[in-house]
Design a protein around this ligand. Structure first.
Ligand SMILES: [Ca+2]
Ligand SMILES: [Ca+2]
Ligand SMILES: [Ca+2]
Ligand SMILES: [Ca+2]
Length: 260
């Protein structure tokens, strides 16, 4: 067995050495070419084109993310505004509803839409019965209207002062009294009671009976929000009893000067 053939003697493979010179030359050439091209192209473009070319990548990287942020911001602002408006509407609904007559009561709750609403009352007719017996001694009555204003159920009545409106010793009158009563414009209903009295300084005042039947006076409940409040009353009840009379009056919706 011969000596093993040396594997050797194979010419050592020359270390692979990069042809750095060539490579660098190639790279260098390429770079040069590229750089040359760029510089040539740039040189051939107008200054504006160069500007555009130079700015384009910058614009792209800055503008596109900003569009997204802007949309997010707009949506966030819109939601915030809606939440604020919703909160205001919830807490102060009257702020966002209209008040056409500027009296502080918005339209939906304002029974009188042309300013400060109230009810006027006018007494037009008063006549005694010739055969009545009104005052001790047979004299004519000392007449006044006793008018109350209350809620829609005719409760919580407040009565108007009458002492300055006593008509002494009268048998017949025309257009003998009138005034206006302010009612809060957000009070949807009211009641007006009307009684006619003979004032007696020495005792209880007698109620003069203008209503046929057992009643002696009327109460008028009004649904103001439904447009009620105008009414004319004429009752000739003379002959029912010694205190019976004829009376006519009118109640009407009116605008009242001044603040609510
Ligand atoms: Ca109003
Ligand atoms: Ca009003
Ligand atoms: Ca009023
Ligand atoms: Ca009666």
């Amino acid at each position: 067995m011969g000596p093993s053939t040396p594997v050797g003697s194979v010419a050592p493979v020359a270390p692979i050495t990069p042809d750095t010179q060539d490579a660098s030359n190639k790279i260098g050439i390429q770079d040069t070419v590229v750089m040359g091209n760029v510089s040539i192209n740039d040189a051939q473009q107008s200054p504006a084109a160069q500007h555009t070319v130079g700015m384009q990548p910058v614009l792209t990287t800055i503008t596109q993310p900003n569009n997204g942020e802007m949309i997010q911001n707009v949506v966030a602002i819109g939601i915030t505004i809606l939440i604020i408006i919703g909160g205001i509407w919830f807490a102060f609904p009257e702020w966002l509803t209209s008040d056409d007559d500027n009296d502080g009561i918005h339209n939906d709750d304002d029974w009188y839409g042309e300013g400060n609403g109230g009810l006027a009352i006018e007494f037009t007719i008063f006549d005694i019965w010739d055969e009545g017996y009104y005052d001790d001694g047979g004299g004519n009555p000392d007449v006044y209207a006793y008018v109350g204003l209350g809620d829609g159920n005719c409760n919580n009545m407040v009565y108007y002062e009458y002492l300055d409106s006593i008509h002494e010793d009268v048998a017949s009158m025309r257009n003998w009294d009138e005034w206006a009563m302010d009612i809060p414009d957000d009070q949807q209903s009211a009641c007006v009671s009307v009684a006619i009295y003979d004032e007696d300084s020495w005792g209880y005042d007698d109620i003069l009976d203008y209503v046929p039947g057992s009643p002696t006076s009327y109460e008028h409940p009004f649904n103001l929000a439904a447009g009620e409040g105008d009414i004319s009353v004429f009752e000739d009840n003379r002959g029912e009893n010694e205190l019976s009379i004829a009376v006519s009056y009118k109640i009407s919706r009116v605008a009242i000067d001044g603040a609510e």
